[in-house]
Design a protein around this ligand. Structure first.
Ligand SMILES: *Cc1c(COP(=O)(O)O)cnc(C)c1O
Length: 361
């Protein structure tokens, strides 16, 4: 057999994305909803899927779904683009605004997909890390770097994954005003906080707001994300997107979910209430530093985080390990579960901390 040519240079050092998914009794690692979609929505989906023609290609732009999303957010169809998860849209954005000789700003610790996409395409990544203290953005450095005029795009995640904190809307507005750099505001967890920058869209062509149905709308398994932006920005993205990336089944499922979005409100309210309970109960544990969160997960700092993670897993609770990273260390991210799951997490965590201390003496 012949050998095979070496890979694209940009791939050197790139690791495949690993969600670190492991089987566990209590899944608190991927920021999914702990409950599935409401029963009446499931019924409507079943009947819509049963009359679907599988032999036909789907509508490439999913215009029926686009119209429903546009009406929801008070924009026009031309301001909406749907993708195979928010992740596909992030790659499309990197394809249009990134590439060789172009630059993006990354503000770690944040969602790793941003810098991975940039690197993949040969985009230069300019790191402006968040504060070690509370993970707030270095607003001054970002503004002055963007003002220099050579940054093509940047991502800001709000609430930020994995740290849970929000960006200030006045900073977003300032950032949009100081240059023509494209700002991608990732509001994947926006339904769990009471803030959105959407009202800035009508006045700012250089703003993209990203949403997903994977988190608050319980559709991680279906893969449906969308962005809101100026029609000229959407037009650029139409040039690079895969035509049939959002399949017919996903389109009808998402349409039912968006049409019946009110049915999801009680579960979203419940997750917010449980987040607040978890946050205050975690704060009573002396060995833990709790980072206040506006999302459906909470980041905690704890000594020997890797060991704690392992012991929690041993008790059937899977959380996300952030014990070793470039800009984040000795942290664990806990996705808010059902009330019962959160109570189990709290007692498992207390047991594990005690076991650790016994081991030390
Ligand atoms: C989950 C997530 C997304 C999008 O996820 P999809 O499942 O691809 O829609 C985007 N940004 C952040 C920060 C996320 O955590």
């Amino acid at each position: 057999m012949k050998t095979v040519r070496v890979e694209n240079n940009n791939l050197v050092g790139l690791e495949p994305y690993d969600p670190k998914y492991l089987p566990a009794e209590i899944m608190m690692s991927a920021n999914e909803s702990p409950v599935d979609i409401p029963a009446q929505v499931r019924m409507a989906i079943n009947s819509a899927v049963s009359s679907l023609a599988f032999n036909r290609y789907p509508d490439p732009l999913a215009n029926t779904l686009r119209d429903e999303i546009a009406a929801w957010h008070g924009v026009k169809r031309e301001n909406v683009l749907v993708g195979n998860g928010g992740d596909e849209l992030l790659l499309d954005i990197a394809l249009v605004w990134g590439g060789k000789g172009r630059k993006m700003i990354d503000c770690p610790p944040t969602f790793s997909v941003y810098s991975t996409n940039a690197t993949l395409l040969g985009t230069e990544v300019v790191n402006i890390p968040r504060s070690m203290e509370n993970f707030s953005l270095d607003e001054e450095s970002i503004i002055s770097r963007v003002q220099s005029g050579d940054i093509d795009y940047l991502h800001i995640c709000s609430p930020n994954n994995p740290t849970g904190n929000l960006v200030s809307i006045s900073f977003v507005e300032e950032l949009l005003n100081v240059s023509d750099t494209l700002l991608v505001l990732d509001e994947a967890y926006g339904e769990f906080c009471n803030q959105t920058a959407e009202s800035l869209l009508s006045m700012h062509k250089n703003l993209v707001v990203l949403h997903t149905l994977s988190k608050a709308y319980c559709l991680a398994g279906v893969r449906l994300g969308y962005i809101l932006a100026h029609e000229d920005v959407i037009k650029e993205l139409l040039r690079v997107r895969q035509p049939y990336s959002v399949d017919a089944v996903s389109q009808v499922i998402a349409l039912q979910v968006v049409e019946q979005r009110e049915a999801f409100s009680p579960d979203i309210e419940q997750i917010i209430a449980e987040r607040n309970r978890l946050e205050s109960e975690l704060s009573t544990i002396e060995e833990i530093k709790v980072y206040p969160s506006q999302a459906n997960y909470i980041l905690i700092g704890i000594d020997n985080a890797a060991e704690i993670w392992q012991r929690l897993y041993g008790k059937g609770v899977l959380v996300r390990d952030f014990s070793k990273g470039h800009y984040i260390q000795d942290c664990l991210r806990i996705t808010v579960g059902t009330a019962e799951e959160n109570t189990r997490l709290l007692s498992a965590l207390k047991e594990v901390i005690e076991e650790e201390q016994e081991n030390l003496w």
